[in-house]
Design a binder for this molecule. Structure first.
Ligand SMILES: Nc1ncnc2c1ncn2[C@@H]1O[C@H](COP(=O)(O)OP(=O)(O)OP(=O)(O)O)[C@@H](O)[C@H]1O
Ligand SMILES: [Mg+2]
Length: 250
């Protein structure tokens, strides 16, 4: 593993305290250990991607941050130890998780899903709802439709919008491109880039779609069988022959 102490130093990105620091993370399901000594940082204001094949442990990594699996190790959010906090407290501290697959409430309408997403906030949600409807006009057209009857792509858009309604400090995105058509994926990733650049939202993205993910990220880590085997600035990883072979279809 290469140096992970200051992932953004090589590309001039933010130099503030890391939004997320994970060190020596182990995670298990029953007897089976699936993460071994994972260490990575997400600098404030950056997009960091974790690449890995099926079963590598990407989802488990995000679930560990939210304390949804049995795990041990250091997890700090904005300098605060969150490793022993419960999931609801972690959400209240500003972490939004867009889980793999369906991150919506299927029995609620599109509009209700967005309102539920903003429940931790005390201020008015109207401006944010307008913003998301502008960004995803398909959701606006379907605002009274039940989320469970949206298409897969529409549900993915709603899952992202719902998570961002809480105005999180850190967004955890679990394979947002899964099952979406290439043009929709491109739109979605452009939206992520815009959010990161214009609103400064820090993002930790796990993906198998390395090309687009490395385009919007500053730094990447490669996870194999529960261990980080490689990391580096996104542009360096993009040109790494091992990454090209495994994830870029080279
Ligand atoms: N609830 C569970 N109980 C037992 N084993 C599990 C559980 N969830 C995941 N695993 C196992 O842990 C390993 C890591 O799974 P994880 O879901 O983190 O992989 P992933 O990198 O997200 O894969 P994918 O790209 O397919 O989503 C896999 O071998 C998986 O079978
Ligand atoms: Mg997964």
């Amino acid at each position: 593993m290469t140096d992970t102490s200051n992932p953004s130093s090589s590309n001039g990105a933010s130099s503030g305290p890391p939004m997320l620091e994970v060190a020596g993370l182990d995670a298990r399901y029953g007897e089976i250990q699936v993460l071994r000594d994972i260490t990575f940082n997400v600098p404030t204001g950056d997009v960091v991607v974790i690449l890995g094949a099926n079963g590598a442990g990407k989802t488990t990594t995000l679930r560990s941050i939210c304390n949804m699996v049995t795990c041990s190790g250091a997890i700090n959010l904005d300098g605060q130890d969150i490793s022993r906090k419960n999931t609801a407290d972690i959400v209240n501290l500003g972490v939004a998780h867009v889980p793999q697959g369906r991150g919506t409430f299927p029995e609620l309408s599109v509009l209700d899903n967005l309102e539920v997403g903003g429940y931790v906030r005390k201020d008015s949600l109207d401006d944010d709802i307008d913003r998301w409807f502008q960004m995803f006009p398909r959701l606006k057209e379907r605002k009274d439709q039940l989320a469970g009857s949206l298409s897969g792509g529409e549900q993915q858009m709603l899952a992202v919008a719902r998570a961002l309604m809480s105005r999180p400090k850190l967004v955890l995105l679990d394979e947002p491109s899964l099952g979406l058509a290439p043009l929709i994926i491109e739109d979605l990733f452009n939206t992520f880039r815009e959010l990161n650049q214009e609103s400064g939202v820090t993002m930790l993205l796990v993906e198998q779609n390395a090309n687009l993910a490395l385009d919007i990220a500053q730094h990447g880590y490669v996870l194999e069988a529960g261990e980080i085997v490689l990391d580096g600035p996104a542009d360096v990883l993009k040109n790494d022959p091992a990454v090209q072979d495994a994830y870029l279809g080279a």
